[in-house]
Design a protein around this ligand. Structure first.
Ligand SMILES: Cc1cc2nc3c(=O)[nH]c(=O)nc-3n(C[C@H](O)[C@H](O)[C@H](O)COP(=O)(O)OP(=O)(O)OC[C@H]3O[C@@H](n4cnc5c(N)ncnc54)[C@H](O)[C@@H]3O)c2cc1C
Length: 474
């Protein structure tokens, strides 16, 4: 059927006010910060307001072979949210209510379009939080975080989405747009194969998530923080390992390499001063233990050659002193440095997302430094060091073919390093379009290459007409 007829059909199915066809708006929903853009613009962006709207749209799309690209806030860094070839974007923006919260049952139920920071502002009134905090949490949605399997700074203690989702309301890409709940409202739940965890990280390829039952946890009584500088990345990585060896589980443990630290300090406009690489450690404590924990932490940092240490006894004090600002400037710093080093106005930044077992951090850091020498590409490092999740990044000129092909080689070498150290090619950003080959490499390295075929069969079982986010993951 021709595009305009399909759009008419969608409008009469779901309502005119929920369908946007203005090409300049469609373009806004056709790109990602990863750099991926649509090959063919979608016909429309559809904004469902209820789960019934989603079902009606999906049923229409199934019957008329229309591709659907579900989106939250389109902050994916892996090419998972971008509409590839026509079809329609299904934006969950208008489904943005927190539906129910039960403190005794430790859960909250949120619609897919609720932004993570908004959810946490709301939960704070109960003295609770949802602890998964991607750096994009000001805009990232619950549905997007579920589907990308997101993590964040508090991952040091709380892990990623797969640890915090109890159940989901989903709509299947079938003839009726079937709605159902999977998982439970209870903390313990066995329902045969774990379909909830199958949907988490499935990147919108299996079902549309309309509501999520999320586990919540009390806000910590207090949090102490130390920001320290180290002469080398090896010393910093060893400090992270020593902290973990001590039996303390940090609440947050983040790092930036020397170049990025210096640039981030410039951009953050901070009074903090220090040279070398930066380590940021927060530990949640009972109020009575504040001083004892902070002095223990400072001692560990200083014993590992920290050259300058800034401390705060509470989160409020840490925010007031700007202790988190340097880390938060990671992405702007990478951009700033790339522009400066390459001497171009609009560099492309490739942000990687590997993880290695934390005991292998020092090896990983050395190997990545060797890659920088091998390719001569401006390389920056930072990330969630407590769980071994590194975000090495390279800046390059996309118009320079030589450089672009070096970046591709760097990218595959980097994934090989992660795999050879017993790690993974993707910790939290996902597979999308960017890491389909990397996923094959990792599974093959574990003798599990045939799992790609099994994943394709799972995709077919959920989505027999391949209308949901086609071309992504497998
Ligand atoms: C500056 C910046 C910092 C970031 N920091 C982090 C970080 O610290 N940790 C981290 O994990 N990620 C990070 N990311 C990546 C990204 O922000 C997160 O993965 C985030 O959770 C995605 O949310 P979103 O609403 O933007 O989802 P989108 O990007 O819109 O979508 C992500 C995936 O989910 C699918 N999807 C979205 N909603 C639904 C739905 N309701 N049903 C079915 N499928 C759906 C999409 O099709 C896509 O495959 C960062 C990105 C940026 C730009």
């Amino acid at each position: 059927m021709a595009g305009d007829k399909l759009v008419k059909g969608i409008v009469s199915t779901i309502g005119k006010e929920k369908v946007v066809t203005d090409p300049s708006i469609i373009k806004l929903y056709s790109r990602e910060p990863s750099g991926y853009t649509a090959r063919e613009l979608p016909l429309a962006v559809v904004f469902p307001e209820t789960v019934n709207d989603v079902s009606k749209l999906v049923s229409y799309a199934y019957k008329n072979d229309v591709k659907i690209y579900p989106q939250g806030s389109t902050t994916s860094l892996a090419g998972s949210a971008v509409p590839l070839n026509g079809g329609v974007v299904l934006s969950m923006e208008r489904m943005d209510s927190v539906v129910e919260t039960s403190v005794p049952d430790s859960y909250t139920i949120a619609e897919a379009g609720v932004r993570i920071d908004e959810l946490n502002n709301y939960l704070a009134s109960y003295g609770y939080m949802f602890p998964v905090d991607p750096a994009s949490s000001a805009v990232a949605t619950v549905g997007g975080a579920v589907n990308s399997g997101a993590g964040g700074m508090r991952g040091a203690k709380y892990g990623t989405m797969k640890d915090w989702v109890l159940g989901l309301q989903i709509v299947l890409p079938d003839e009726r747009g079937t709605q159902m709940w999977i998982g439970c409202r209870t903390l313990k739940c066995r329902q045969g194969y774990d379909l909830t965890r199958l949907i988490i990280g499935s990147e919108g390829t299996l079902a549309i998530v309309t509501r999520s039952i999320l586990k919540i946890t009390p806000l910590p009584e207090s949090v102490v923080t130390a920001l320290a500088f180290f002469p080398t990345l090896e010393q910093l990585s060893q400090t992270a390992v020593d902290i973990k060896n001590s039996g303390i589980q940090p609440y947050i443990m983040e790092f930036l390499d020397e170049k990025t630290t210096q640039a981030a300090m410039e951009l953050a406009d901070t009074s903090i001063k220090g040279s070398g690489a930066m380590l940021l450690v927060s530990i949640d404590v009972n109020r009575e233990a504040t001083r004892r924990m902070l002095s223990w932490l400072v001692k560990v940092l200083e014993n590992n050659s920290a050259t300058a240490v800034y401390t705060a006894e509470t989160i409020e004090e840490a925010e007031g002193k700007g202790l988190f600002d340097v880390r938060r400037s990671l992405f702007p710093a990478q951009n700033y440095l790339s522009r400066k080093i390459l001497g171009i106005g609009n560099p492309m930044i490739y942000i990687e997302d590997i993880a290695v077992p934390p005991s292998k951090l020092v090896d990983a850091v050395r190997e990545i430094a060797r890659l920088e020498e091998k390719y001569g590409l401006p390389t920056f490092m930072g990330g969630h060091i407590s769980d071994g999740n590194l975000h090495p990044a390279v800046g390059f000129d996309p118009g320079n073919r030589d450089m672009a092909s070096k970046v591709e080689e760097w990218f595959y070498d980097l994934m090989r390093i992660a795999i050879s150290l017993g790690g993974t090619i993707s910790s939290e950003h996902g597979i999308g379009l960017m890491k389909k080959k990397g996923l094959e490499m990792e599974l093959e390295a574990h003798g599990a290459g045939m799992m790609i075929g099994i994943m394709k069969k799972i995709k077919l079982a959920f989505d027999p007409k391949n209308i949901l986010n086609p071309g992504k993951v497998v």
